[in-house]
Design a protein around this ligand. Sequence first.
Ligand SMILES: [Fe+2]
Ligand SMILES: [Fe+2]
Length: 475
Amino acid sequence: MVDGKVNYDDVIPNNVAISDSRKLQRAIKEWHPKFMKWWWERGPESYQHNDVYLRTAITVDASGWATYAYVRMPEYKWGIFLAPKKTETIHFGDRQGQETWESVPGEHRNDLRRLIVTQADTEPGSVEQQQLLGHSAPSLYDMRNLFQVNVEEGRHLWAMVYLLMQYFGRDGREESEGLLIRNSGDADTPRILTTFNEPIVDWLDFFCFAMFTDRDGKYQLGALAESAFAPLARTTQFMLTEEAFHLFVGETGVGRTIRRTAQLMKETPNEDVTTVDAIPLDIVQKYINYWYSVSLDLFGSEDSSNAANFFGASLKGRFGESNRKKYPDPLCRDTAYSIECLDENGRKTTTEIPMRRAMNAVLRDTYIEDTYRALRRWNKVFEKEDIQYRLQLPSDRFNRKIGLHAAHQADVEGNFLTAEEWEKRKDEWLPTPEDKAYVKTCMVPVREPGKFANWITPPYRGVSGKPIDFEYVRL
Ligand SMILES: [Fe+2]
Ligand SMILES: [Fe+2]
């Protein structure tokens, strides 16, 4: 407190000089209690009074961005940080070579607001989706990781809301309210993007979500980190440092699940792994098919006039845009991108899309490459355990609801299926109610430090140098 007033630099650690701006302080003062109400009601159910060994960002430099301590989640410091400025000039699109913007140009106000609100909406959405998972955590280590992801998504919401409040005036304040009103899965006020309304009911869902859906987040944030609007670029750049941990939780979570199943398959070669409470590999494969396909939908339509406008206006670039070896052409005016799809008769064909209009597909394809790298690491687990099974990623035409491939149903190899064939066969590829029910039976909570549920192996190491049997959550 300073002179009886709240010192916002203490409440909200930041490098955006909140204490210098009365306007920003007023907006935060109004929004903060609403955010806390939201957190209590829709954040992790229970455990809000428990000490959790969490990482908190205090500053953006290497020494301060990851400070570990026991914290109760509602007392976590939701900071606002902008990474240091990367570049002074715009390096792609029609404004290439001009100075980056410190405020929002009038002609791009609506588009920028839309980009920010769409990104912002995913942050609380995922916290809501994961609200109940603490109850069935397979270990204290995993429970702590879940809560770490949750508080960081809360901080990402703060990061985006800062941009809305600081740069979009009254509209921005209204949008900030809306972010706390929409609710994942709500019939009347759902989250903006459909994937953030899908239920995450068990830990295999959570790991797949963190692996595939958070990874979409990484690519969207990376594309926004190239923006000519410097505050957006710098905010998203800092969010990416935290996002890396979410992807780690997803990738290693699935990796530990399949390792355990592989071990049990070896130990009891003649038995069905469900007799020893492991998760069968074909169920894992179905979860992957599901979360991968719904995450591809998040990139939007492969042929998109919005994407062309965003790129042309230098609002949203490609992932790693400044890498001119990878992207030699910063303008993309006269080139095209080709995509394999199915024609009206269900035969494979290629379609050429003008490059700017294809930016969603370009971004998605870099995501797919990245996802394959993680998949290869999972399959190494089977090699090591001497198990023949290999996981796969389905075709990008499988189970799509948005874009070019939404017109037809396809199998996991991308071959055309009639609606009838799809109905008959979709249970081969997507989790069935029986699969979900079985996975649920495996989700027994384990609360003793260093102990893990039978369906998952312990991690190789603990958090930030702590042992695996450290008391990550004090219950
Ligand atoms: Fe996030
Ligand atoms: Fe995330």
